[in-house]
Ligand binder design. Structure first.
Ligand code: SAH
Length: 275
């Protein structure tokens, strides 16, 4: 199986390279100004999610698709919540555990390898569920949202943000545009994107009440140019991790993302739902 087809292999491979390309947060930024730094913009997105999720002291939080653990370490440090992070990437989990330890947060933050579509966690055990830019990697959104709803306590809140489709994208169109979609596949792994309406429908079907759907595409768009700039600045380090092809696919992907964003095909959304 090619690495890009398997999220475990893909993330085990790119966790290190992406720190040179995306920084420590593996998600888009929320830009308040065009010239804001990527670090500041990615932290803004974490803050926006936390605000929409009404995070607070002593809540128990599940982070589904925790990357290398930066967003939830920020949450635990800022709000004093207790966090369990899960990811299918063993390598990502190891890096996240190390980060929590380095930041002195190990008493409140833990990570384990688990699948967001079948997480094996107890029913009704979390006050907040946080799904930050991992849902596009999970082919069965119904199972993801079903699992989120199952582990939420009554009154608990789900916050989910991710790249979204702004219109339906038929498979025939994907197949007819290999120059666009093949580099994206290799650079970002096998993705299944949906519209915000589809996420909302599936959340409702899982027994949640959707409170908010926010389109932040315009605020997220400057991220793409910043990734491109980071690639030019750190190309040698990235090449050492993911090789010539990896560099070529990432570079081409930045161009494709800008194009599909401008076509209003891809965008970025945030959903808040309660149990
Ligand atoms: N939320 C993090 C990481 C986003 S990258 C951040 O914002 O920094 C996507 C993450 O989802 C990676 O950690 C990847 O390993 C994880 N992932 C992919 N498929 C998954 C699945 N089925 N279940 C849980 N995590 C998954």
């Amino acid at each position: 199986m090619a690495h890009a087809d398997d999220p475990v292999l893909h993330y085990d491979m790119i966790n290190r390279a992406w720190q040179y390309l995306l920084g420590e947060d593996f998600h888009y930024g929320y830009f308040q100004a065009e010239d804001e730094s990527l670090k500041s913009a990615t932290e803004n997105l974490t803050s926006l999610m936390a605000e929409k999720g009404a995070f607070g002291l002593d809540q128990s939080v599940l982070d589904v698709g925790c990357g290398i653990g930066n967003p939830v370490c920020q949450l635990a440090a800022r709000y004093g919540c207790r966090v369990t992070g899960i990811s299918t990437s063993g390598e990502g989990v190891e890096l996240a555990v190390r980060r929590a330890r380095d930041k002195g947060l190990s008493d409140r933050v833990s990570f384990r390898v688990a699948d967001g579509m079948d997480n094996n966690l107890p029913d009704a055990s979390f006050d907040r569920v946080w799904v930050m830019e991992s849902s596009h990697l999970m082919p069965r959104k119904d199972r993801l949202l079903g699992e989120c709803a199952r582990v939420m306590r009554p009154g608990a809140r789900l916050v989910l943000c991710d790249i979204m489709l702004r219109r339906e994208l038929p498979l025939a169109e994907v197949l007819s545009r290999p120059r666009d979609f093949v580099p994206l596949h290799y650079a970002f792994g096998h993705a299944k994107m949906e519209t915000m309406d589809t996420y909302a429908r599936l959340a409702e079907r899982a027994g949640l009440r959707v409170n908010d759907l926010i389109d932040i595409s315009d605020r997220a768009y400057p991220t793409i140019a910043q990734w491109r700039r980071k690639l030019e600045a750190n190309e040698a380090q990235v090449r050492a991790q993911i090789g010539d092809q990896g560099v070529a696919h990432f570079r081409a992907s930045c161009d494709v993302l800008a194009k599909v964003w401008n076509e209003r095909l891809f965008g970025y959304g945030l959903m808040v739902a309660c149990k």
